[in-house]
Design a protein around this ligand. Structure first.
Ligand SMILES: Cc1ncc(COP(=O)(O)O)c(C=O)c1O
Length: 363
């Protein structure tokens, strides 16, 4: 239950389309910013789902996963010394990428128990060196879905201080409890300053294909595309085609089923965490949960994760991966993007810990 790799199946027609593309000779470089079929499919899908008007010819860069897209965007738009605001808990690649381009991360802690945003904290973090805010909604590892009010408030701050927003919307289709995904670029006057990063690695369970995208206004997109050309040349051609066919063909039922099945997994797994007194904040999106393991023996998240692994065979990621200083010591992140059988097995193992040894075991 550690790494966020989906064990769930790849839609058959996505696989078939990629195979067919290979057989039919789509095996050479694509345009630096991606195959036209994929850029067009993304633009159509983003109009319908994200309420964004996207020009497939000038505003999309298909890259080596959302990771590649984010890295290219950071290389293109950040200068060494620029400050970039990151909400904590954060996704480790966001931090590493900011550091890799020699920008300076500035952390704004989301507040427990349900990872609320303090606007005062955000305002205070802005200086005259701030260049961008990184947003990740639904969030890894918190599962937080930023509310429209929070997004509007962040947008106001970005407008006021002339900041970029880098928004990673990788889990846009994994939104639970009737919440809606809102892309910050769809808010008034935000398209021009927002770099929207996403991809189908998780939605189609193709994390190894390395296809993702960045969407931005043409003047930013051309530089992001140039970085993509420099580093990757292009994303894998036949796999881009497979993703394009998936986006064009899979209908609302596919996305509803995906959401429902992940909400079921979440409910099953989080219920057991609650029974064990690990007080998880129930994630409204994505497929991760941060469990509070401060009652486990040990002083670090790693020691506590090792304790759990040794006792139950259930693995999680130590909280230190998502927080600064020792704030992560109380947390383990679990991913429930597993087959139902694996989620069941993890639940049974965790439950045995409770029934055999009682809660004292966990102190
Ligand atoms: C928030 C977030 N963004 C991006 C990625 C990686 O996406 P990709 O595989 O398309 O690079 C992940 C994977 O865990 C993620 O959690």
């Amino acid at each position: 239950m550690a790494q966020g790799v989906c064990d769930t199946g790849v839609p058959k027609l996505v696989l078939e389309a990629a195979k067919q593309a290979m057989d039919e000779g789509l095996n050479t470089y694509t345009r630096y910013d991606g195959l036209v079929e994929l850029r067009q499919a993304l633009a159509q899908r983003m109009k319908a789902f994200n309420h964004m008007t996207v020009d497939p010819d000038t505003e999309v860069t298909v890259s080596a996963g959302a990771t590649g897209a984010f890295h290219c965007a950071c290389m293109a738009l950040l200068e060494p010394g620029d400050e970039v605001i990151l909400f904590e808990p954060y996704y480790g690649y966001h931090l590493s990428t900011i550091v890799a381009v020699e920008a300076v991360p500035k952390f704004v802690s989301l507040q427990t128990p349900d990872w609320c945003l303090s606007l005062d904290d955000l305002e205070q973090a802005v200086t005259d060196r701030t260049k961008a805010i990184v947003l990740n909604s639904p969030g890894n590892p918190s599962g937080k879905v930023f509310s429209v009010e929070e997004l509007q408030a962040i947008a106001n701050i970005a407008r006021q201080h002339d900041l970029f927003i880098f928004t990673d919307e990788m889990y846009e289709y994994f939104v639970h409890d009737g919440c809606t995904h809102v892309s910050i670029a769809s808010l008034p006057d935000m398209a021009d300053r927002t770099i929207t990063i996403s991809g189908y690695s998780k939605t189609f369970s193709i994390t190894g294909w390395r296809i993702g995208h960045a969407v931005a206004a043409p003047r930013w997109s051309s530089v992001i595309g140039a970085m993509n050309d420099l580093v990757y040349v292009c994303a894998p051609a036949p796999l881009q085609y497979g993703v394009a066919v998936g986006i064009q063909t899979l209908d609302a039922v596919f996305y509803q089923e995906l959401q429902r099945s992940f909400q079921r997994k979440r409910d099953r797994f989080c219920q057991v965490l609650q029974e064990l007194g690990l007080s998880p904040t129930i994630p409204q999106g994505a497929y991760y949960v941060l469990a509070d393991v401060s009652r486990f023996p040990g002083t670090t998240g790693k020691e506590r994760a090792m304790y759990l692994l040794e006792k139950t065979g259930v693995a999680g990621v130590p909280g230190e991966a998502f927080f600064q200083e020792n704030k992560g010591a109380s947390y383990i992140r679990f991913s429930f993007a597993k087959t139902d059988a694996v989620v069941d097995m993890a639940c049974e193992r965790l439950q045995k810990l409770k029934s055999k040894n009682g809660r004292q075991e966990l102190r």
